[in-house]
Design a protein around this ligand. Structure first.
Ligand SMILES: *[C@@H]1O[C@H](CO)[C@@H](O)[C@H](O)[C@H]1NC(C)=O
Ligand SMILES: *[C@@H]1O[C@H](CO)[C@@H](O)[C@H](O)[C@H]1NC(C)=O
Ligand SMILES: *[C@@H]1O[C@H](CO)[C@@H](O)[C@H](O)[C@H]1NC(C)=O
Length: 413
């Protein structure tokens, strides 16, 4: 009896020791800005982008693993939603692009890092409207910015990818061919091979940012009040700016598939692949009636991990044969998944949140076998995680929306 108790006590202690070593995400910086939405870690320097209510775009940088931060001049952008930084070890220089919302020939929607990331300057031509929600870097340092744009009120809205290999001085644009599922995120495992996700959900067309029309597709009208703008980031969050005041609005939707029965056909999730640097795309994954795709990360040209969300919850898909087939390797019935960051061919983190009518809880599945099996780290209350960057599995920085209306930074303890 006594021996059995001692044995179980030992087992409990061993479990505690294991638990103490397991990765746990914690908020290390509360209320960092109103809307923190992009994180990148070139050469161990952490950059976080987003925007503050009333004052617009914000970029922060930390040289000491998020212990202290400095503000960097962001250019004149209204709000930033994504960030892709690149450190060139041969020249020891850091370049990069922060992108977000451009509008009405006032805000271009993009800024490029100057002077090794000390400042960011607005780049490109003014646009009538632009919404860049994703970006990435090829192994050689070419940066891709993903979203939609229209140069002036007469031009149709183009969805696609804008690539630059001179830090934003010139761009080569690729047009996304799949009208029924606008482009959302992309990964650039080589200069020529890229994968991009697309998707729609029932309310996404009404919430999509205004432009004149999608090339050849449905017409979108400019809002009557040009200072009022909103964009759906996904089914749960609306980015809203009214006369310079910016907020993220949480729109809880039921994850009960029955509640969505009549709308299910409006969930479309696609992945397309290019092998010629964006000249042509082939659809390699196409699903109707279940979810839309979010982030994708491809640690090599044949191996990708992509996340999706819909009324049946969050999903993770993996291909290890160049997109020829995809295996669903994780689902969570009451969650959304926003991004995935592979640290290597084998190791990586997916991020998102459990959603319910009152709040959301940060969700962090991780993999050690290339995405085929996943382990869930402890939930973080009241955050929905929207971006993550890692230098190793236990050295990551994530940005998240908090239920209090502000954004936070999370790191692993
Ligand atoms: C690289 O540049 C940074 C400043 O941007 C400097 O602190 C660092 O010492 C440089 N490293 C090398 C190897 O020159
Ligand atoms: C933004 O600022 C306005 C004006 O100060 C305020 O009314 C509003 O509540 C703020 N919104 C957020 C999300 O902080
Ligand atoms: C992926 O799915 C296919 C078809 O269901 C299956 O044959 C294959 O074994 C799966 N691969 C892995 C690594 O689970």
């Amino acid at each position: 009896m006594f021996r059995r108790l001692a044995a179980s006590l030992l087992a409990t202690l061993a479990l505690c020791a294991l638990a103490a070593h397991a990765a746990e995400w914690q908020i290390t910086q509360p209320n960092v800005m109103t809307i923190a939405m992009g994180v990148s870690i070139p050469n161990d320097v952490i950059y976080v982008t987003g925007s503050d209510n009333g004052t617009g775009a914000r970029i922060m940088r930390s040289f000491d693993n998020a212990a202290t931060w400095e503000d960097i001049k962001p250019g004149n952008e209204i709000s930033l939603m994504t960030l892709a930084m690149h450190h060139n070890p041969h020249t020891n220089t850091t370049t990069g692009i922060a992108a977000g919302i451009g509008m009405y020939q006032i805000f271009n929607g993009m800024a490029a890092a100057q002077d090794n990331g000390d400042t960011f300057e607005t780049i490109g031509e003014p646009v009538f409207v632009a919404g860049y929600q994703a970006s990435g870097v090829t192994p050689s340092g070419t940066i891709g910015v993903v979203g939609m744009w229209s140069p002036n009120v007469r031009e149709p809205l183009t969805y696609g990818i804008r690539m630059t290999n001179d830090n934003g001085q010139t761009f080569t644009d690729s047009t996304w061919p799949l009208e029924e599922a606008p482009i959302r995120y992309a990964s650039f495992p080589s200069d020529d091979v890229w994968y991009a996700t697309g998707g729609t959900w029932p309310t996404s067309t009404s919430g999509r940012m205004a432009g004149k029309h999608h090339h050849g597709g449905a017409r979108h009208h400019a809002p009557r009040d040009p200072t009022r703008k909103s964009a759906m980031l996904n089914e749960f969050f609306k980015f809203r700016t009214v006369r310079g005041n910016q907020a993220i609005e949480y729109l809880p939707t039921s994850t009960d598939p029955a509640a969505h029965a009549k709308d299910l056909a409006n969930y479309v999730g696609v992945i397309a692949k290019t092998t010629d640097g964006g000249r042509t795309f082939n659809t390699v994954f196409h699903d109707v009636g279940n979810f839309y795709m979010n982030g994708i990360d491809c640690p090599s040209v044949d191996h990708c991990v992509a996340v999706a969300e819909g009324p049946a919850g969050g999903h993770i898909f993996v291909s290890d044969n160049g997109g020829a087939s995809w295996n669903q390797t994780y689902t969570h019935p009451e969650a959304g998944l926003f991004k995935v960051a592979m640290v290597s061919e084998t190791h990586g983190w997916a991020i998102g949140g459990e959603v319910n009518p009152q709040t959301f809880n940060g969700l962090f599945p991780s993999t050690e076998d290339g995405g085929f099996t996943w382990t869930q780290a402890p939930l973080v209350p009241h955050v929905y995680v929207n971006d993550v960057a890692c230098t190793s599995m236990d050295n990551c920085v994530a940005t998240a929306f908090h239920r209090n209306g502000q954004s936070v930074i999370l790191q692993l303890a």
